[in-house]
Write a protein that binds this ligand. Structure first.
Ligand code: GAL
Length: 665
């Protein structure tokens, strides 16, 4: 199986290219500017359904033929999109039932994009027919390097509640549960008189007077992720049949901010993983969110090469305030993805649109043209990427892992929990940030992953746990495990483990909680080690664990808040409260020291090592990015590839700068 766009030399570098928005005489200049900027891969045709299929079954490929020929003549490879994420008006007008319905029964209109019901047979049939026509048309086109299926599944519509979705949901439930009795048990339908006596009674979790059954909600989340995945697979299977050697991807949104799809399942279905990530201009630590996303994507890729399919050269067009990037920022952002393992970085988009909803979104070629900060930086990075082409194929190894489980996120984010202040993505990011500040590289792994290679494993609110024994074995064998509150509370159906929280982990952690004590809005409690906590506390008893910190005030003075339990040759730590800022950094430092992990970077300088081969011999590279405001010293011996200079022991990295050192042993 081909696992990378074919014919791309070195790191992939380019953008979404939407030439259909421009008169044809602009295209030649596009290719010329792409060549100047070192572009070698573009995603073409993502939103072009209405132009490619002008009416039902009538395809017009002439424009796309000319675009692909031109790109090929310019030496630029094409990641050809299946344009199924934005439906043409002829389709929605003729078949309004393809449109999705919201939780409160409103049918969404066309007029933007992604207005489709994932379970609509009409939508699927039309999409698959178009994909087949496209694949047959371009199967032998020499520019074709990869398929870009659809665009960001679930970006705008994650769940559809229409009658057709209800039918598909029931089919999915029959496969999952087999019988209604099992479903009734799983959803605890004895509560509030919800017992079903026929499948037809089961509906999506539509707007209802009060809290909806949590089992129904959780299964609907699972179904909704799977329904979109089935759509992807339907397109992919056609592409694999017609163009077997061409790798297929779809751009994920594996970021802290998007949690609707179970990407562990999705990652297994693509030939290579690609991802979109956008920073939030108002977040002073936006580079940490970027690193989080890149590490998560590397985990999804599971050792395979991966591509950053989209980020922005400067401002986006969908935040409250669309802040332009500072000089050097697009460069740092690009290198940060590469540092964390990407074998290429592309932007949305090539040329900034003159019109349309994203006309103020930045691009590689801005409205003001190539004589701009943005295009110059683009040219600079494009040239530099050629100097670091040898990084392609190398990988990143980490000694710390975070277990991430989208299904736990869905379950713990439901409204019927002790507090609405708990924000799972923010919680995971807080723990990730503490590790990032300690300069440590982190892997993300799914529940059930082999943990034996890690010195430290973090379980941030791993809520759904049927069986804790893999974690018990990990600690028994010497592993260090850091577990936070709201972990191990329920089985995979969402039923609470009895006998005291955190049920599945009670023995491993040597604790027993009798009651949760979420805090009031803005309330903070103090711990006797000088830390503070917000959002969450619990009435915890240490059974075999050693108490590291207890509350000095708040609802639970004297009650343990942070514990450590020795088991076998390892240690299991429990954080029973929402530790904030310094306290979390200090605890993280203690745990890292106990696990024998030292960081490669610092709180301001991101340093990640990639390992691979050069000319058949083992090689390693340090990619360092100085996010701070003063010079940083990097201990290194080797060659700094961007400048070509030798490094004999230490290298000064000025603020805002990036270096890539090929290390010498
Ligand atoms: C992505 C999307 C692109 C573009 C971009 C703007 O979510 O895939 O088509 O809309 O955002 O930031």
């Amino acid at each position: 199986m081909t696992t990378w766009p074919t014919g791309v030399r070195g790191l992939a570098w380019g953008a979404d290219y939407n030439p259909e928005q421009w008169p044809e005489d602009v295209w030649a200049e596009d290719v010329e500017l792409m060549r100047r900027a070192g572009v070698n891969l573009v995603s073409v045709g993502i939103f072009s359904w209405a132009l490619l299929e002008v009416e039902d079954g009538r395809y017009e490929f002439g424009r796309l033929d000319r675009v692909l020929d031109l790109l090929h003549d310019g030496g630029i490879r094409v990641d050809l999109a299946t344009p199924t994420a934005a439906l043409p008006p002829w389709l929605t007008a003729a078949h309004p039932e393809v449109l999705p319905e919201t939780v409160d029964g409103i049918r969404l209109s066309p007029g933007s994009r992604q207005s489709y019901c994932p379970s609509s047979p009409v939508y699927r049939a039309k999409a698959v027919a178009l994909v087949r026509a496209l694949a047959e048309r371009y199967r032998d086109h020499p520019a074709l390097a990869a398929w870009h299926v659809h665009n960001e599944y679930g970006c705008h519509v994650q769940r559809c509640y229409c009658d057709r979705s209800a039918v598909a949901f029931r089919d999915w439930l029959k496969v999952r549960h087999g019988t209604l009795d099992v479903l009734n048990e799983a959803w605890a339908t004895t509560f509030w008189s919800q017992r079903y006596t026929s499948w037809e009674q089961v509906l999506p979790p539509r707007m209802s007077p009060s809290q909806v059954n949590p089992g129904l909600e959780l299964d609907f989340d699972r179904f909704s992720s799977d329904a979109l995945l089935e759509l992807f697979k339907a397109e992919r299977d056609v592409l694999r049949e017609v163009t077997p050697g061409v790798p297929v991807t779809t751009n994920f949104m594996a970021t802290s901010g998007f949690q609707a799809l179970d990407y562990w399942k999705w990652a297994a279905e693509v030939d290579f993983v690609s991802n979109d990530h956008y920073t939030h201009g108002e977040d002073p630590e936006r580079h940490v969110g970027l690193a989080f996303s890149a590490d998560l994507v590397r985990g999804l890729a599971g050792g395979r090469p991966w591509l950053l399919m989209e980020h922005s050269t400067s401002a986006v067009a969908w935040q409250h305030r669309n802040i332009a990037k500072l000089p050097g920022e697009l460069r740092r952002n690009s290198y940060a993805h590469v540092a964390h393992g990407a074998d290429g970085t592309l932007f949305f988009q090539w040329r900034q649109s003159r019109a349309g909803a994203e006309r103020y979104h930045s691009a590689m070629v801005p409205h003001a043209g190539p004589d701009t900060k943005v295009y110059r930086e683009v040219e600079q990075v494009g040239a530099e990427y050629q100097r670091i082409a040898e990084l392609v194929g190398s990988t990143v190894r980490a000694s710390v892992a975070i277990v991430h489980d989208w299904q736990s996120v869905w379950a713990v984010s439901q409204p019927s929990h002790p507090t609405k202040d708990f924000d799972h993505p923010r919680h995971v990011l807080a723990h990730y940030r503490a590790l990032w500040r300690a300069g440590v590289t982190v892997d993300f792994v799914p529940p059930g992953a082999d943990l034996s290679g890690y010195r430290l494993v973090v379980l941030p609110a791993l809520y759904l746990v049927d069986d804790a024994s893999p974690y018990e074995r990990y600690v028994e064998a010497g592993g260090r495990l850091l577990v936070t509150f709201l972990s191990g509370i329920s089985d995979s159906r969402g039923h609470v483990h009895l006998g005291g929280y955190p049920g599945a982990f009670r023995d491993l952690l040597g604790v027993r909680t009798e009651e949760f004590h979420p805090l009031r809005e803005a309330e903070q409690v103090s711990l006797d080690d000088g830390s503070t906590a917000a959002v969450w506390t619990e009435h915890l008893h240490a059974t075999t664990a050693q108490v590291l910190a207890s509350y000095v005030d708040g609802p639970l003075p004297g009650v343990p808040a942070v514990t450590r339990n020795d088991g076998g040759t390892g240690v299991a730590w429990y954080v029973a409260c929402g530790l904030t800022g310094d306290g979390l950094d200090r605890l993280t430092a203690t745990v890292l020291a106990d696990a024998g992990v030292t960081g490669t970077g610092s709180a301001t300088v991101e340093v990640v090592r990639r390992r691979g081969e050069v000319a058949g011999s083992a090689a390693s590279w340090l990619v360092a990015i100085n996010h701070g405001e003063s010079d940083a010293e990097l201990p290194a011996v080797g060659v700094e590839l961007l400048s070509g200079e030798r490094v004999a022991g230490r290298l000064v990295v000025p603020p805002g700068h990036v270096v890539v050192v090929r290390e010498e042993p």
